[in-house]
Every structure is written in structure tokens, then in C-alpha cells.
Write a protein that binds this ligand. Structure first.
Ligand code: FMN
Length: 327
């Protein structure tokens, strides 16, 4: 059976990619992921805000209410006072340890930062670059086109600077996601990773305090990216990569049926241990065998909106039908 897939032009031996997470903070874990059969691994993000922490002063940043900043801290606490060279050396060390494709991830904060760090990341020998473009729009005066334009400018500044393929990890919160997705493809984005999953701060009503904790995803969270992959398949010129809620080999099958090129998974590996990736892989292979498929091309996009016999399932018509059938 052939599990190969092409992920933004990089050939992967199978479609299970380890998502950017704490799995890539220890070389042993990266090696373990390779041993378990990972198709590729995304290295945790380089957060520009993190490396500028000395200059930023934490209290000032919090005073302007930047959720993005607080989120970066929780993702990447150990590099509090480090700089980019520490992260870059880390990637070089990881590069030497494994031979599977490695993809760097970047979340910059300034327009010049995106291209500058992208080039530095490319120089570490990674096979591709994932842009983690998450920002929470908090200014009521900023319009959706302004925010989208800024996104395209960031992409242009990066793709003109590096030669490795670039993917963008998007949030689901765009007014017209299909339009943004197809524009990104025109701006030479080789893959769209759908979706990033964010920490949502909670409120403790007893202490009247805010608190953020890292809650891992559940399998039901796959439905949001699954639907969007199914809607976008065949309509945009970038690879579609499903991220969030991939917890089993059957989830991998669902993603490919919807039209994904590959999946990314973090929570399942963090909760079950990294060797669990081989269980996912086996389950996926067994499913392919039982369904008589020899390669991913045999069924990719089979249940996308474009290819499905019931294209309205992904749209509102089904929603209305379901609501009206509830007693
Ligand atoms: C501990 C942890 C650290 C993470 N660090 C990053 C990161 O550095 N960059 C990034 O883009 N996403 C990061 N993520 C998000 C994951 O890459 C992924 O998008 C998210 O967990 C949803 O996928 P899942 O359902 O398979 O967990 C992190 C997630 C976890 C749980």
C-alpha cells in the first residue's frame, strides 16, 4: 500500500504530521516521533514577541490587553529571556537528529520581523516554513479587508525572502474564509493549515480572576476543519492540511476523504504518548486495506463538497433540515 503524499511539494512517506507543540522541545521526543513513523514534524513556533521580551516589559504588554502576547508566553515559557539564535540552534540540533522532513514555524510581531526570521529559519536547513499568523483583532475601527491586506503583505514579504515552501496556519475566524484561502494561494502559499487552535482565557467567578490553561483537544473538534477542507477542496490551489481534533487513524481517513493532503496532530500524542502515532498509522492502513484503497489518490476528496453526491450536507440546507426534525 502506498501512503505517500505531497505536502507543499515535499514528499512525505505518510500523511501524519506532528503539529507544532512541546513534542518538539526535546530531541528525544522528535526522535521518538520519527521512530513511530511520523511523515514530518513541525517545530514549535519561534515567537518574535518572546525573543523581544527583554525590550517589551511584560507589564506594558499586558496593559494593552494583548491576548496574543499572553498566549505566546504559555506556549513558549522556557525561552523567556532567550533570543532567536537559541531557537535556531535548537532547530539545527533537531535537523541533525532526524531525517524526516522538518518544518519550522514562525509567529512574528513586526512587518520586518516576518521576513527576517523566515530567512534565519530557512538557513537552519528545514524543509519548509509554517506561518502561525494568529492575532486577535481587538480594534473596532479595523475592517476585515484591512486585516486581510496585512496578512497578504506578511505573506509577500516572506515568500519573496525564502526559497523553501511556505504554509499558513489560519484561524477559522475570517468573514469569507474561501476568499482568504484562494487569495493566499495566489500569494504563493503552498499549503493552508486549517485550523490553529487557541487558548481561550476563562473567568473564575469565585476569585474573580482570569486564567488560561492548556486544554488538549477532543476528537469532536475535528468537525470544524473537516467541513472547511471539504468545502475548499478543488477550489483553491494550495494543499489543505487538517489540524485540530485528529485523534485516531480513522480521523486521518476522514481528513483525506474530505480532501486533505495531510493531517497534523498534537493533543492525541501528548495525551497517549508519542508512540501512539504508530497505532494511528496502523489503524489508517487497516482502514485503507478494508476499503480496497491502494493509495491516497484513490479516495482523496471523495466526500468533499465538490465530489460528494450530497453537496448540500456541508451547507446550511442540512442545518435547517436537522433543526426542523428535532422534536
Ligand atoms: C502544548 C502545546 C504547544 C503548542 N505550541 C504551538 C506552537 O508553538 N505553534 C503553533 O502554531 N501551535 C502550537 N500549538 C497548537 C498545535 O500545533 C495544534 O494546532 C493544536 O493543538 C490543535 O491540534 P490537536 O487537536 O491535534 O492538538 C501547541 C499546542 C499544544 C497542546
Amino acid at each position: 500500500m502506498d501512503l505517500k503524499t505531497s505536502y507543499m511539494g515535499i514528499e512525505l512517506k505518510n500523511p501524519i504530521v506532528v503539529a507544532a507543540s512541546s513534542i518538539s522541545s526535546i530531541v528525544d521526543r522528535i526522535e521518538m516521533a520519527e521512530k513511530a513513523g511520523a511523515g514530518a514534524l513541525i517545530i514549535r513556533s519561534l515567537f518574535e514577541e518572546q525573543i523581544q521580551l527583554d525590550a517589551l516589559r511584560l507589564d506594558e504588554a499586558l496593559a494593552v490587553g494583548s491576548e496574543r502576547f499572553a498566549e505566546s508566553l504559555s506556549y513558549f515559557p522556557e525561552l523567556k529571556h532567550g533570543d532567536a539564535s537559541e531557537h535556531l540552534k535548537w532547530i539545527e540540533k533537531s535537523r541533525e537528529a532526524v531525517s524526516m522532513p522538518l518544518i519550522a514555524s514562525l509567529n512574528a510581531a513586526s512587518p520586518g520581523g516576518w521576513s527576517k526570521y523566515a530567512r534565519q529559519l530557512e538557513d537552519t536547513g528545514v524543509n519548509g516554513l509554517e506561518l502561525n499568523v494568529y492575532a486577535v483583532p481587538t480594534d473596532p475601527k479595523r475592517t476585515a479587508p484591512e486585516i486581510e491586506q496585512e496578512l497578504y503583505e506578511i505573506i509577500d514579504s516572506v515568500v519573496s525572502e525564502v526559497e523553501i515552501p511556505v504554509s499558513v496556519k489560519l484561524s477559522p475566524f475570517y468573514t469569507s474564509l474561501p476568499n482568504v484561502a484562494s487569495e493566499l494561494a495566489k500569494h504563493k502559499v503552498a499549503a493552508l493549515v486549517l485550523f490553529n487552535r487557541f487558548l481561550q482565557p476563562d473567568i473564575d467567578p469565585l476569585s474573580e480572576d482570569l486564567h488560561s490553561e492548556m486544554v488538549l483537544s477532543t476528537p469532536s473538534e475535528i468537525k470544524l476543519p473537516l467541513r472547511w477542507i471539504a468545502l475548499l477542496y478543488g477550489r483553491v490551489d494550495s494543499d489543505l492540511v487538517l489540524n485540530t481534533g485528529v485523534h485516531s487513524g480513522l480521523d486521518v481517513a476522514k481528513a483525506i476523504l474530505a480532501g486533505a493532503t495531510a493531517v497534523q496532530s498534537a493533543s492525541a500524542l501528548l495525551s497517549n504518548g508519542i508512540p501512539y502515532l504508530s497505532t494511528m498509522l496502523r489503524e489508517f492502513e487497516n482502514w485503507m486495506q478494508e476499503h480496497g484503497y491502494e493509495s491516497l489518490e484513490d479516495f482523496r476528496g471523495k466526500l468533499s463538497q465538490k465530489e460528494s453526491d450530497d453537496p448540500f450536507t456541508f451547507e446550511r440546507a442540512q442545518y435547517i433540515k436537522l433543526l426542523s426534525s428535532q422534536k
